[in-house]
Design a protein. Structure first.
Length: 114
C-alpha cells in the first residue's frame, strides 16, 4: 500500500488548506490514519489522528482549527486546516497503521506567510 499526500501550499495567515492522503488500496483495514508535521529545526509533531471507529486526536496547538476525517469509500484521509498561523509552517506527512506496520506518505509542504 502506498500513501500519496497532497494539498499543501502557500497561504496567508488566517487562511485554509485541505490536505489529502490517498491510499493505493483500501484504507478500511487501517486502524489509525493521521498526520505528523516537522518544521525546520524542530521535532516531529503529531498533528491529528483518526482511528477506524472515528475517534480523533489533535495536538493542543491545532484543536479547534483543524479537522481530520477519513472516507473509506475514496480510500482517502483528509486534514482540513483553518485559521492557519505562521507557526503551522512545516512539512506534513500522512501515515497509516495496520497490524503493527506503519505506512508513510511523502511530505507536503505547508507555508503560512503574508
Amino acid at each position: 500500500v502506498q500513501l500519496q499526500a497532497s494539498g499543501g501550499g502557500l497561504v496567508q495567515p488566517g487562511g485554509s488548506l485541505r490536505l489529502s492522503c490517498a491510499a493505493s488500496g483500501s484504507i478500511f483495514s487501517f486502524r489509525v490514519m493521521g498526520w505528523y508535521r516537522q518544521a525546520p529545526g524542530k521535532q516531529r509533531e503529531l498533528v491529528a489522528s483518526i482511528d477506524n471507529g472515528g475517534t480523533t486526536r489533535y495536538a493542543d496547538s491545532v484543536k479547534g482549527r483543524f479537522t481530520i476525517s477519513r472516507d473509506n469509500a475514496k480510500n482517502t484521509a483528509y486534514l482540513q486546516m483553518n485559521v492557519l498561523k505562521p507557526e503551522d509552517t512545516a512539512d506534513h506527512y500522512c501515515y497509516a497503521t495496520n497490524g503493527g506496520r506503519v505506512y508513510w506518505g511523502q511530505g507536503t509542504q505547508v507555508t503560512v506567510s503574508s
